[in-house]
Write a protein that binds this ligand. Structure first.
Ligand SMILES: C[S@@+](CC[C@H](N)C(=O)[O-])C[C@H]1O[C@@H](n2cnc3c(N)ncnc32)[C@H](O)[C@@H]1O
Length: 215
């Protein structure tokens, strides 16, 4: 999401990082601009650097079966889907119909859109209906449920699979977690760090990304 990311990097440094990263392409640029103009809250979408990193990770691990919690307007979903083979699959969970309709419009314009299926409703309900052996999971929905998502999804991740958790630093508030969202994010971070089933690396990309690999 990245609502509070500006505390972590100056605007000049953010621009430098973006300019050193391969361009997002015109479809994603249009999606980002139309999100800002029509939906608002455009700082919720991952953006050019984190989006490209998701794309890299999915491509590098040759993932074919991916899950996302929190579609919003489809920016991260398209970054993930474009790294999948032609028969790859991304299931993305969303509660808000306006967000889902916007995202679907862009999926229909993309040569990778056929790989993406939006599942409407609470992510916890969708998770229980999913097959096991997921290769790659991106968690970017409601923060209060982060520890719940972790507990439900680690058993569904294949051995060697990767879970990426967005907003893992929450603008730095995880150091002194005072509200329920920062407490939930900190709880997930510590839960994963102490879990013998996984190994972790915390990245200070954007608002923080916790990478969790199932051993
Ligand atoms: C931060 S945005 C996702 C941004 C998106 N991953 C991107 O980078 O473009 C979070 C989204 O999660 C959705 N959401 C919130 N709570 C949810 C829940 N319980 N189940 C499914 N989706 C949820 C919101 O409606 C919102 O669209």
């Amino acid at each position: 999401m990245g609502i509070v990311m500006d505390h972590l990097f100056s605007q000049a440094l953010q621009n430098y990082i973006i300019n050193a990263t391969s361009p997002e392409g015109s479809l994603l640029e249009n999606l980002r601009k139309e999100t800002a103009a029509v939906i608002g809250m455009a700082n919720m979408l991952t953006g050019p650097v984190e989006g490209k990193l998701l794309h890299f990770l999915v491509k590098l691990m040759h993932a074919t079966y991916c899950l996302e919690l929190g579609t919003f307007t489809g920016y991260s979903a398209l970054n993930i889907a474009s790294a999948l083979p032609i028969d790859g699959k991304l299931i993305t969970c969303e509660v808000n119909q306006t967000h889902a309709d916007f995202a679907q419009k862009y999926f229909d314009r993309s040569p990778h859109g056929h790989k993406i299926e939006i599942k409407m409703g609470e992510a916890t309900n969708t998770i229980s209906s999913l097959n096991d052996n997921i290769d790659f999971i991106f968690i970017d929905a409601d923060k209060a449920n982060y520890p719940v998502y972790y507990d439900l999804l680690i058993p569904k991740l294949r051995s060697g699979g990767l879970m990426v958790v967005d907003n893992a630093l929450w603008g730095g508030e995880v150091i002194q977690p005072l509200d329920s969202r920062s407490q939930a994010i900190h709880s997930l971070n510590m839960k994963a760090h102490g879990d013998a089933r996984v190994e972790t690396v915390m990245l200070s990309v954007r608002d923080g990304m916790m990478l969790i690999r199932k051993v």
